[in-house]
Design a protein around this ligand. Sequence first.
Ligand code: ADP
Length: 620
Amino acid sequence: MDSLLQVVNKYWGYSSLRPLQHEAMTAAVDGRDSLVVLPTGGGKSLCYQAPALLSDKLTVVVSPLIALMKDQVDRLIQRGISSAFFNSSLDAADRRRVTAGIPRREYKLLFVAPERFADSLFVDMLGHVGVGSFAIDEAHCISHWGHDFRADYRRLGQLKVRFPNAAVHGFTATATPTVRDDIIAQLGLRQPVMLVGDFFRPNLRYRVVRRTSAVANVLSVIRQHRGHIGIVYCIRRDDVDRLTSQLQLAGVRAIGYHAGMSDDVRTQAQDDFSTGKADVVVATVAFGMGIDRADIRYVVHAAMPKSIEHYQQETGRAGRDGLPADCVLFYTGGDFHTWQRIIRKNESTDLENKLRMLSEMYDFCTGMSCRHRRLVSYFGQQWDRAACDACDICTGTFEHSPDSTVTAQKILSCIVRTGERYGAAYVADVLMGTPTDRIVDRGHDKLSTFGLITDWPKGVLIMWMHQLADQGFLRIEGEYRVFKMTPEGWRVLSSQAEARLSDPGRRDGRQRRERRTDGAGRPKRAPARTTGLPPLSGKGEPLDAAAKVLLGRLRDLRRRIADELNVPAFMVFSDKTLREMARRQPRSPDEFLDIKGVGAIKSRQFGERFLEAIQAHLRK
Ligand code: ADP
């Protein structure tokens, strides 16, 4: 047995190592810098703890999780490994004890929070003692490109300068290739050993479903897992409080957990979950780091998380024992906007990046490619399996619209008829029968596919086109993201293959306009809109006070409609269109139709309600 395995066996009692642990430990023993990316539960701690025992120098572990340090140190001490932590939670006496112990080389491992490196006395002390290596936990916190950037981490870039003889090892469970490169650059790692674990967790079964009712949806998953434990993630603290009491009322042994609760309440919640007094923890993102139960059978997202990184980390907490576990995500377009508001309000730096991550998460929800594949490729790992057999897409349990193939044929026909030269928005306009200048100029308002799908908003059509691309029926090419047919797409057109498109939720049957077909079953040409294009608005012109009030009301109405239809608000009307409505205050259907961005379909769908809101405003 090699010395590493001997140490692991002696102190931890493990008889074998997990994937990449040996490589990571060897890099540490050899004094090489390294970046180790292993999924949650992959056993990262052992990678720096075991080598520390083979070194005669101090290993400093940097972690942002102050609350866990005591626990980690207690466990090491129980195993007979001398270690200590030094952070703001220590009282003066303990500080003195640890500060005296460090120069006496009493500890193999010292856990500190990143802000400790702002203290020059502390850094000098480490300089005198001689540090063998630094293990940086949650290393992605150093990168602006990650989802958890922490300014404190930036200081760690000085470690390689200040301690040139010490090796630096970064550890993270979540790092896209961009974040990885950034971690290496920010920490100044020298020819690091790069180890990236397998992110495919075949025992996790992924499902993404449009939410109809948070309580009923979440309860259905909990009831499928009677006798097992699970986590339910919510966006806001209020959601946690509300859902917890609703679940309790329904007889579920649920407890809440969020950062707004006192430390005592949170510790109690964590203990209750660990010891089995509670079956379900309803939580915000604050819950999860350091959960020690490996038998979590399900993770439910009552709403969409704000990034794929969060999603991967949160769902990764299920099934760490390797047995099957369910990850069910309930979402609506409204979640996207809730996060957008929260992010805009709270994030002063990196706004664009945060919003990009949010969009990627939304695309994950509405996308149609294998969930496992999306996740592992997001983290830069090659995907070489055909199907995973463990997600709603691959197993065909995705909630799809009953007339998917027919709708797909309409979309694909339109792409063929317009010459495979346009992007999603243009094709959608043709399908919806919107006679824009470009469409009329090119004569596309004369095509049989013009106005072929009139009962869904543009956003849904665009989503469907991407879903067809996800399924390999279309390819997206070039800078202008032009849609091109694939051989598989042609098979759908000739009814030799079936396509699936998601069901975007309810639609009002009364407002649905069936298109008539001609004798050969082909759709008839849609009548061109006669009103012509409305005059251009005075773009950017400021609204007066009354119009601003109206704009607020119109936005509320848009929000309600979007919620009813389960679509993002912009799919109802863009903000620009609402501003135009507030400015011009149309009073009749004709005037309404004259607003830029309204169009015949939307006017039919929403006209009455918006006109009513405008009337009500004018009466006041
Ligand atoms: P991570 O930090 O990667 O999320 P941890 O270091 O917390 O993971 O390890 C997860 C669990 O796996 C811990 O309970 C740990 O003791 C256990 N573990 C780690 N390595 C091994 C191993 N080689 N054999 C058995 N159990 C291990």
